[in-house]
Write a protein that binds this ligand. Structure first.
Ligand code: TYM
Length: 336
């Protein structure tokens, strides 16, 4: 069986990018009986970006409700909260001790933070925590703990999965002369929606404030879609689908046939208002039922919590023996 694993950081409200980049492919994968799925709420990762406890708490609830509302079958998939698995921070420390600092120096998120500081004439490390710097090590522990083979993610996370691979290799090289203990993971990226664009045409991201939340009430969803930036071409003027966020988001929700139709409509000069109305209808159709379940679940946090506890138990049935093997491999175990 293939182990499929992915996580979402519990900051903010889940948006269309999270949905097409991670949640939708993951739920699909969980229906394949050849797979064993591990999906989790990355709440330790949230602390890197958000130090508002109420916000982290709320986001955890919303993201959990999102997975459940979209039909994740928690009897099939293991659905848990990162912080319920104490073995993860322990493995993180062990990996910290095999991970070269130079590898972390190259991590995109850290480099972007340094570049921004330098650009503003500040000290390069201003406001950069050790959490941000070693973020990929915690993520490697998430992945390697469960022997993951496939990690469905958006393009922005590819580097982190490659780093996890690197750490697994180093660990195996140092400690597992006979048989490798850690499985080398591969990322899985859905090319049609690799990086979904946001309202301003940049990557849809909580940190850019350009997201379209997944479960907005209908009217608000329509309003958000109307805010997607477009050029000034009038109805009747041909439009270039390949440089349009409206078309790119369309593609992530449409069948191939619908995409071909919309491409033609662009070339024939569909008006932006029309194109956006169609986009709204397409997205709304895909998510309307789940939105109702979502609203309902949010009103029942105890039920969500019960699901997470069930998941934690199943996850720890894997993480405890795994950590015992890691401890044995590194020479930290009961004296003999
Ligand atoms: P996060 O919370 O930023 O994003 C969750 C998932 O959504 C994808 N994503 C997107 N995909 C397409 N287009 C977009 N605009 C877009 N924005 C976000 C992300 O690629 C991601 O797959 N570090 C991770 C969480 C994490 C994790 C892990 C993932 C922690 N441990 C282990 C996989 C395996 C993160 O911050 O994702």
């Amino acid at each position: 069986k293939q182990r499929v694993l992915t996580g979402i950081t519990t900051t903010g409200t889940p948006h269309l990018g999270n949905y097409v980049g991670a949640i939708r492919p993951a739920i699909e994968a969980s229906r394949d009986t050849n797979n064993e799925s591990f999906y989790f709420l990355a709440d330790f990762h949230a602390l890197i970006k958000c130090q508002d406890p109420a916000a982290v708490h709320q986001s955890t609830k919303e993201i959990a409700a999102t997975w459940l509302a979209l039909g994740l079958d928690t009897d099939n998939a293991v659905f848990y909260r990162q912080s319920d698995i104490p073995e993860i921070p322990e493995l993180t420390w062990v990996l910290n001790c095999v991970c070269a600092k130079g590898l972390m120096n190259r991590a995109h998120a850290y480099k972007a933070a340094v570049d921004a500081n330098v650009e503003e004439g500040e000290d390069a490390d201003k406001a950069i925590t050790m959490g941000l710097f070693s973020y990929p090590v915690l993520m490697a522990a998430d992945i390697l703990m469960f022997g993951s083979n496939k990690v469905p993610v958006g393009k922005d996370q590819i580097q982190h999965v490659e780093m996890a691979r690197d750490m697994a290799q180093r660990f195996n090289h140092i400690y597992c002369k006979k048989e490798p203990l850690l499985t080398l993971p591969d990322y899985q990226v859905d090319e049609d929606s690799a990086i979904l664009q946001g309202l301003d045409g940049r990557k849809m991201s909580k940190s850019y404030g350009n997201t379209i939340p997944l479960f907005l009430p209908e009217k608000k969803l329509q309003k958000h879609i109307n805010k997607i930036k477009t050029n000034l071409l009038e109805p009747g003027e041909p439009k270039d689908p390949d440089t349009s966020a409206v078309f790119q988001i369309w593609k992530a929700f449409a069948t191939q046939e619908q995409t071909a139709e919309m491409r033609r409509a662009f070339e024939e000069g569909i008006g932006w208002g029309d194109a956006k109305k169609k986009l709204f209808a397409l997205i709304n159709e895909e998510i309307a039922e789940a939105r109702e379940r979502y609203e309902d679940l949010l009103a029942r946090p105890a039920d969500i919590e019960a699901e997470l506890q069930k998941g934690a138990e199943k996850a720890r049935a894997v993480s405890k023996p795994m950590l015992a093997q890691v401890r044995e491999a590194i020479g930290i175990s009961g004296l003999k």
